[in-house]
Design a protein around this ligand. Structure first.
Ligand code: DGY
Length: 329
């Protein structure tokens, strides 16, 4: 009998088709894990779950006695209650590495788009409002090159952003991270600063840290007040690393100049969210890794992690190695 797995939006089609040949796959595009009778029926037999950002909490795990692996199709794993997985010896994996450059490209694109007001001016042209040959200073933007970029979270993606900024745009790199990164300091002439010093000095503040209990609501009222009035704030991490109401107020009060946001407190974002009415806010729908090539690679890696675990081998991207060590003992 084929092993049962649950695949959850998003697993790329060729990967899903391959899994369907080998496993009894139940695919869900959306799941209400608490109430969906179909999901509740299948999760009781599932040995694996693969997908993007399914909230895997105690309640779900209590309904899943046969579960061996939860394979995230993402590098972030704030959707997983790792302690609860550990208690039940369930492995959890993510997809680091394959998306690093793609996310860095996205974040840099958002940064430039915000500084140079590209979406706003695109609308200006398309609306037929471009009537004098040279635009006036009311449409000028802010330089990116040679400015100070403060990166909060200097992991793989933070470093890929620093690489683009340093080599491509001659920016000064400031960073704040849980640990010092001597490699990054050497390669990108990056300067480590405490958080408040970074906020005070940066022209661009780029938040790219994972969401953890320590980084939840890391940036709020006080942090926005410390930033320069001309600062541009970029969030490519998770919405909940920021107090969104405080961001809205900081923009309304002119405490910062603009924001570029790929992530929101609630996703999909509420259409009435005041951020969506602001011309100086550039938004994208959490598309950091969303290219055809990278999404496929992420799905492939996640499927590999899943299959290794189901075949009794240690998956390469194990988030909770203590579970594996416990098994071997
Ligand atoms: C990630 O991989 O964590 C991206 O943000 C997609 O969720």
């Amino acid at each position: 009998m084929k092993k049962k797995i649950i695949a959850y939006n998003r697993v790329e089609k060729p990967v899903l088709e391959d899994l369907q040949k080998k496993y009894d796959v139940q695919f869900f595009k959306n799941i209400d894990t608490k109430n969906d009778p179909d999901f509740l029926k299948h999760v009781g037999q599932a040995e694996g779950i693969i997908g993007l950002e399914l909230e895997v909490d105690r309640e779900l795990l209590e309904r899943a006695p046969h579960l061996k692996i939860v394979s995230n199709v993402s590098v972030g794993y704030n959707n997983l209650h790792v302690e609860e997985l550990n208690k039940r010896n369930i492995m959890a994996t993510n997809t680091p590495g394959v998306l690093t450059d793609t996310v860095a490209d996205t974040i840099f694109g958002i940064l430039i788009a915000t500084a140079r007001r590209i979406p706003e001016l695109d609308q200006f042209v398309k609306n037929g409002e471009w009537v004098t040959e040279a635009v006036g200073e009311e449409h000028f933007g802010m330089n990116v090159h040679h400015k100070k970029l403060g990166i909060i979270g200097m992991g793989r993606i933070g470093q890929a952003i620093a690489q683009r900024a340093h080599f491509g745009f001659d920016m000064d790199i400031l960073y704040h991270s849980r640990t010092r990164k001597p490699d990054a300091e050497e390669k990108f002439a990056a300067t480590y600063l405490d958080l408040y010093a970074l906020l005070r000095e940066s022209d661009f503040v780029c938040l790219i840290t994972p969401l953890t209990p320590e980084t939840k609501e890391l940036i709020g009222k006080r942090e926005f007040q410390l930033m320069k009035k001309s600062a541009i704030f970029i969030n490519g991490s998770r919405g909940r690393t920021v107090v969104e109401q405080d961001l809205i107020k900081a923009l309304q009060n002119g405490e910062i100049a603009a924001a570029g946001l790929d992530v929101f407190e609630k996703e999909p974002v509420d259409p009435n969210n005041p951020l969506l009415q602001m011309k100086n806010v550039v938004t994208t729908p959490h598309i950091g890794s969303s290219t055809h090539e990278t999404e496929l690679e992420m799905s492939e890696l996640a499927a590999y992690n899943l299959e290794e675990a189901l075949n009794g081998r240690k998956p390469p991207n194990l988030i909770n190695p203590s579970v594996w060590n416990g098994k071997k003992a």
